[in-house]
Ligand binder design. Structure first.
Ligand code: 5AD
Ligand code: SF4
Length: 437
């Protein structure tokens, strides 16, 4: 009888893809099928994130709960970024954990399964030749890794220590993945990497010289793929050629993630982000000049050590100038193995809290005003997911989520949709004959 796998995935899209990879390995080589029930599972996996401290604390309480619920003989495995940085400590703290598998080692899942108390956390392990597999949680959109690891040294970020140095995946493998996905019915690909537009900096073997812009052209030549998205790009690597390709290539979706982190050039320097406030604003200006309809999202950290009121005001200033469509904002969280954990002048936690509240309120004000522009507009929507009450959800090219009344037949299709009700997260619309504007 097939064994049952319960898997919980925390964190980013890279982790989601890693989970898909582990599911594929376990189903093909070990005859596992997925279950939603911890109690029924023969194997319980938590694919962890370590970017901020809170999820790490949560991990141990969650492990305790899983251990109580699990059936006799079931195994618990801890995978992902926290597995990479805590390694053996996890088994010391939670001795019922069967194995620990780092973010760079997910392809070894079927190996560690049979090695009691195995700890595989080698950040030099090279998965760039085979980080692929067929399992996809959605048939309509395919996540495809284009690189592993990260070479940047942002002083707040633990990722380079958990995912190791950056290696680009050979372009032919990426194109083959996109072709396979298209053959299986996906019309959208989502290219993934910690720093996608640094693609081509290093391959693990012989490879023709290629940058991200060239890779985008290669992927967009794949027949059947109609939409390309990617995450995360870095503002430092947004050269003109890349922005122009982004704007002019009709298959590339017009939604760009531009992680600002801070609007103060002083803090950006302390973060070792490699750009200034002026560079960031200049890139936004260039992007909007070549692609006026683009939607821009960002990540912002408040209360980085040494952030003064003036520095914070500069972040608000950038927000007012750019008017981001979406933000992901966080209080700075000191992380082990990072340079900034030892920085002086931590910001008072009350001040940090206040800054986050102010920043989020400003964003809400901007966004509530900006989203009104969608009312009555007609967009082409790609439908991906059933929603409750007989609605189907999809996305516009600029990443606006829209639901319309309908059923399965809409999934995997493009339709023109008029926005009838504007909302913060999911807009409502109706399918129309009229062409998208
Ligand atoms: N504290 C707070 N936020 C962080 N991020 C990364 N490291 C930290 C940290 N130590 C945020 C950044 C990054 C996003 C994925 O998580 O904004 O872009
Ligand atoms: Fe972290 Fe910076 Fe790499 Fe992003 S680019 S993963 S923030 S080190």
């Amino acid at each position: 009888m097939a064994k049952k796998l319960f898997i919980e995935t925390l964190g980013c899209a890279m982790n989601e893809r890693d989970s898909e990879h582990m599911i594929a390995e376990l189903s093909q080589k070990e005859d596992y099928t997925l279950t939603d029930s911890v109690e029924d599972a023969d194997l319980i996996l938590i694919n962890t994130c370590s970017v901020r401290e809170r999820p790490v604390h949560k991990l141990f309480s969650e492990l305790g709960a899983f251990n109580k619920k699990k059936k006799e003989g079931a195994k618990i495995g801890v995978c992902g970024c926290t597995a990479s940085h805590l390694g053996e400590e996890i088994i010391k703290k939670a001795p019922y954990v069967s194995f620990v598998l780092g973010a760079r080692n997910v392809s070894k899942i079927t190996e560690v399964l049979h090695k009691p108390k195995a700890v595989e956390t080698d950040i030099n392990y090279d998965e760039s030749q085979f980080a692929f597999n067929d399992f996809r949680s959605s048939p309509y959109k395919a996540y495809i890794n284009i690189s592993i690891g990260c070479d940047k040294q942002c002083t707040f970020c633990i990722v380079p220590k958990t995912r190791g140095e950056e290696i680009s995946i050979p372009a032919d493998l990426i194109v083959a993945e996109a072709q396979k996905a298209a053959k299986n019915g996906a019309k959208e690909v989502f290219l993934l990497g910690q720093n996608v537009n640094n693609y081509g900096r290093r391959f693990s073997g012989e490879h023709e010289k290629m940058n991200f812009t060239q890779l985008l052209r290669r992927v967009s030549a794949v027949e059947g793929i109609e939409r390309i998205r990617f995450t995360s790009p870095h503002p430092f690597h947004m050269d003109d050629e890349f922005l122009e390709e982004f704007a002019s290539n009709p298959k590339i979706c017009k939604s760009m993630h531009m992680p600002l982190q801070s609007g103060s050039s002083k803090i950006l320097k302390e973060m070792k982000r490699g750009y200034t406030k002026e560079w960031f604003l200049n890139r936004v200006e260039k992007l909007r000049a070549v692609c006026p309809e683009v939607s821009i999202s960002t990540d912002i950290i408040v209360a980085f050590p040494g952030e003064s009121d003036e520095d914070f005001e500069e972040t608000l200033d950038v927000m007012r100038q750019v008017e981001f469509d979406q933000i992901f904002s966080f209080k700075y969280s000191p992380r082990p193995l990072t340079e900034a954990q030892n920085y002086p002048n931590p910001v008072d936690p009350e001040v940090a809290k206040e800054r986050l509240v102010r920043l989020q309120a400003l964003h809400q004000e901007i966004s509530d005003r900006k989203i009104q522009r969608h009312k009555d507009k007609v967009y082409e929507v790609y439908f991906e997911e059933l929603s409750h009450d007989y609605y189907v959800k999809g996305r516009t090219n600029t990443n606006v989520i829209v639901k319309v009344k309908g059923s399965e037949e809409l999934l995997g299709t493009f339709k023109n949709v008029r926005i009838t009700e504007v909302a913060r997260t999911v807009m409502t619309g109706e399918i129309v004959e009229e062409k998208a504007s």
